[in-house]
Design a protein around this ligand. Structure first.
Ligand SMILES: Nc1ncnc2c1ncn2[C@@H]1O[C@H](COP(=O)(O)OP(=O)(O)O)[C@@H](O)[C@H]1O
Ligand SMILES: [Mg+2]
Length: 361
């Protein structure tokens, strides 16, 4: 099923401000759309509107071109998995999964087949007769998914379903969810504040801030072409370095005059209108070059070295104490207190208009 949002807005009763405004979005059949953003930006509100659990203040919500603003949640052919996926503690795993179909007075045979099919896919057939308290957190999470799956909805809605799990299990469930989606192909809308989940799972990411969409697109577009400084800093870990400066005769000069960069010819063209104006240079930690052979180098003193195995993260300082975060391969030798020359991979520089914070190149 495809899901289209046209100028959707939400104002909660008793609130002065709109919580969401001008939300325009197209989610295609079979998409795994991740709605991403910091806590409080309106993700749950949006998902609950799609689910029919929150009223829609303005705009149109379309399921396969049909307006469903006023259609009751139970008639929307959706299934939702919540962060707190409370299972019924006194029921077995089997009964938990069968529950919603039983409530709908579905035939016993169909219920059984659906539960067994979902259990098979989720690899929980061995626990069907256990109680939720006797299985692990990851298994309980799979039961919660199974409970939604047995209904064979046209759309899966998930609200931070992995946030109660520990890091290892979350990583594992991420891959399982991707596999499950590849197998079932059900249109899915998944809410999270975790950029790694978004980057790894989504076919489409929608990044929100303060009730507005900042950017929508494929994960690599977010990484390579962030639409503004907010997006640039939200995606990627460690965070992108931002250096404030001015364009002078086609050259970027940082405010502290410690860094000068001659942009690529393509970027130079796009920067022409910004001659004499404030621009912000963005460089991801993994796009520095070391060794002095890259022209525009500067010197920095290393403060802290974080050894993560495959990479070393250097927290380095310029003369004036400005901090830069640099990621290098784990087998490179760097120690705190050392001074080194670094340069930028010129083709990997992002330029933003300092005034609007919008992307230039
Ligand atoms: N039922 C409600 N009534 C009034 N305000 C609400 C209600 N639910 C959420 N909000 C407000 O809406 C904003 C967005 O909340 P929410 O959608 O839960 O954000 P997120 O899921 O991104 O953390 C918050 O400011 C929150 O306080
Ligand atoms: Mg939420």
């Amino acid at each position: 099923m495809n899901v289209v949002l046209k100028n959707i807005g939400k104002k909660y009763e008793g609130r002065e401000e709109f919580t969401l405004r001008d939300i325009n979005l197209e989610i295609e059949e079979k998409d795994f759309c991740v709605i991403l953003g910091p806590s409080g930006c309106g993700k749950t509100t949006l998902l609950r509107m799609i689910a029919g659990l929150n009223s829609i203040t303005e705009g149109d919500l379309l399921f396969n071109d049909r307006r469903v603003n006023k259609v009751a949640s139970k008639d929307r052919d959706i299934a939702m998995v919540f962060q707190s996926y409370a299972l019924y503690p006194h029921m077995t795993v089997y009964d938990n999964m069968a529950f919603s179909l039983s409530m709908r007075k579905e035939r016993k045979k169909i219920i059984h087949d659906r539960v067994m099919e979902a259990a098979e896919v989720l690899q929980i057939t061995d626990y069907l007769h256990s109680k939720p308290s006797d299985i692990s957190g990851g298994q309980r999470q799979r039961v919660a998914l199974g409970r939604a799956m047995v209904r064979k909805p046209s759309v899966f809605l998930m609200d931070e379903p992995l946030s109660n799990l520990d890091a290892k299990l979350r990583e594992h469930m991420r891959v399982e969810l991707v596999r499950l989606h590849q197998k079932l192909g059900t249109t899915s809308i998944y809410v999270t504040h975790d950029q790694t989940e978004a980057m790894t799972m989504a076919t489409k990411i929608v990044l929100m801030n303060a009730g507005k969409i900042q950017q929508a697109g494929k994960p690599d577009e977010f990484y390579n072409k962030p639409a503004n400084i907010f997006v640039a800093k939200f995606i990627g870990s460690p965070t992108m370095n931002i250096i404030e400066g001015t364009m002078k005769k086609g050259i970027f000069i940082s405010d502290d005059e410690l860094i000068t960069v001659k942009p690529t010819p393509e970027d130079e063209l796009l920067l022409k209108p910004f001659e004499g104006k404030k621009v912000s240079l963005g460089i991801r930690p993994e796009r520095f070059e070391s060794g002095g052979k890259f022209g525009d180098t500067f010197e920095a003193t290393i403060d802290v070295v974080e050894m993560l195995g495959k990479e070393k993260i250097l927290y380095a300082r310029l003369e004036n104490d400005k901090e830069l975060v640099i990621s290098t391969p784990g087998h490179y030798d760097y120690s705190p207190g050392e001074k080194h020359g670094f340069g930028f991979d010129i083709g990997a520089i992002h330029f933003f208009d300092s005034e609007t914070e919008e992307r230039i190149n």
